[in-house]
Design a binder for this molecule. Structure first.
Ligand SMILES: Nc1ncnc2c1ncn2[C@@H]1O[C@H](COP(=O)(O)OP(=O)(O)OP(=O)(O)O)[C@@H](O)[C@H]1O
Ligand SMILES: [Mg+2]
Length: 147
């Protein structure tokens, strides 16, 4: 069984009455321990594919199994657990620049419904209730946009 198994995946965006295929009939398997690079020109669908792999978006057609489990059968909450436990995203520095804070959500902490907030480069600011942390990050982002 493959760790990741995508079959005939398409992602279609509706653009002013036109159908735009960001991905068309993509099939991909990745085995445990395999190291894979996804490369292609701008607009070829790399980010779209990564968003699907990361369960941040759902395909228009096709199936996606992660660790043998069909993602389509999962609830939003189950998908959130997958994102938390199975998938790590390293965003590129240019994107990191826009993120003044990082939320670090650990198993124990999320059970207690609190999260740890850390400065992008620096020490933890502290552990706080989730809603408080979201408000803090939102405020910081708004201030950043005013710069
Ligand atoms: N939310 C969206 N709505 C409409 N079209 C979209 C959307 N997101 C992506 N697209 C289109 O889907 C196609 C694939 O885009 P995608 O961002 O996945 O490409 P990419 O390979 O990541 O490009 P880049 O190297 O520039 O990051 C492009 O034609 C893009 O314009
Ligand atoms: Mg991209």
């Amino acid at each position: 069984m493959s760790l990741l198994d995508m079959r005939d995946i398409s992602k279609v965006y509706q653009m002013g009455g036109e159908e735009l295929y960001a991905l068309k009939g993509v099939s991909l398997t990745i085995e445990e321990g395999e190291f894979v690079a996804i490369i292609g020109p701008s607009g070829s669908g790399k980010s779209t594919l990564m968003n699907l792999i990361g369960c941040l978006d759902v395909p228009t057609t096709g199936s996606y199994k992660l660790d043998g489990i069909d993602i389509a059968d999962m609830s939003d909450d189950q998908q959130a657990v997958i994102r938390n436990e199975k998938i790590g995203f390293k965003v590129r520095e240019a994107q990191m620049e826009k993120i003044p804070f990082m939320l670090v959500i650990g198993d124990r902490e999320s059970e207690e419904r609190t999260v740890t907030v850390r400065k992008r480069k620096g020490d933890n600011i502290g552990t706080m209730p989730f809603a408080e942390a979201v408000a803090l990050v939102k405020k910081a982002n708004e201030e950043k946009e005013l710069d």
